[in-house]
Design a protein around this ligand. Structure first.
Ligand code: ATP
Length: 250
């Protein structure tokens, strides 16, 4: 696909992205020329076999890792051409993160964890949006609690509020339900989907779980560091079939 076409509706895009770890005989080509756009206001899941490059792609898209060649476009900004201080600012102000391990600060209350990225950027939360977010996420009665006083599902909802509160251009979610029981996991996935539907949020999620991917609007498949197909409006059966075909080398 032409880079211009990929970029047009994309909140974030990779253009001919290559990532090589190491050098010489032991070099690993984790990304081997990936061109893909992630549309604004959509929920996309990245899937593929273990070692296919999912985490590497997400880390490069989020400016957490540098690519060997190619471009990462966040809106009109080419992240691959920016000095560290610009990358740090972009990560803080334009991108939200949700990790498998929640990554909350144990000494801070839920409310302080949620507003931390804004505090670090010297910005104030929009009080109306903050209230709407914590009410929607079922956290209104938990704001003074510390992470150790919250269940896993509640901690992940705090992490989700933290990712959404600045209305970032993209939220990256890395196996966000990996540490949750199936009920709490389903709740977090519903909330991710609702934030796309109700707030117009753009979400890119890496997952191994076809059940989680079925909440997305689109699934992008990777194999051996390359794009290996995509599914529009996925369901569990179509995702499982595609993964099985990849595993069988078809
Ligand atoms: N820091 C690193 N140094 C060397 N090789 C690496 C490094 N990180 C990843 N790799 C290699 O790059 C390839 C892609 O890894 P990556 O973690 O992106 O895959 P993945 O699809 O996310 O895998 P998984 O589903 O197992 O998490 C793998 O072969 C991996 O071993």
């Amino acid at each position: 696909m032409q880079p211009k076409l990929v970029q047009q509706h994309a909140a974030v895009a990779a253009v001919d992205l290559v990532k090589v770890y190491g050098a010489g005989d032991t070099a690993v080509r984790a990304l081997d020329g990936v061109t893909v756009g992630f549309d604004r206001g959509r929920f996309t899941a990245i899937m593929g076999p273990s070692g296919s490059g999912k985490s590497t792609l997400m880390h490069c898209l989020a400016g957490l890792d540098t690519a060997t060649s190619g471009q990462v476009l966040l809106g009109d900004t080419d992240l691959t051409r920016q000095p560290d201080r610009v990358l740090t600012k972009a990560r803080r102000e334009r991108i939200g993160f949700v990790f498998q391990s929640f990554n909350l600060l144990p000494q801070l209350t839920a409310a302080a964890n949620i507003t931390l990225p804004l505090d670090l950027a010297g910005l104030n939360p929009d009080p109306e949006f903050f209230d709407r977010l914590v009410t929607t996420l079922g956290l209104a009665g938990r704001l003074t609690h510390r992470p150790s006083e919250l269940s896993g599902g509640q901690q992940q909802r705090v992490a989700l509020a933290r990712a959404l509160v600045s209305r970032p251009e993209v939220v990256f979610a890395d196996e966000p339900t990996g540490n949750l029981d199936s009920r709490s996991g389903a709740e977090v996935l519903r909330l991710l989907r609702d934030s796309v539907r109700d707030l117009g949020q753009t979400i890119v999620m890496v997952t191994h779980d076809p059940g989680a991917a079925a909440y997305a609007d689109r699934v992008v498949m990777l194999a051996d560091g390359r794009l290996a197909g995509e599914i529009d409006r996925p369901d569990i059966a179509s995702v499982t079939d595609a993964l099985q075909s990849l595993a069988a080398g078809r």
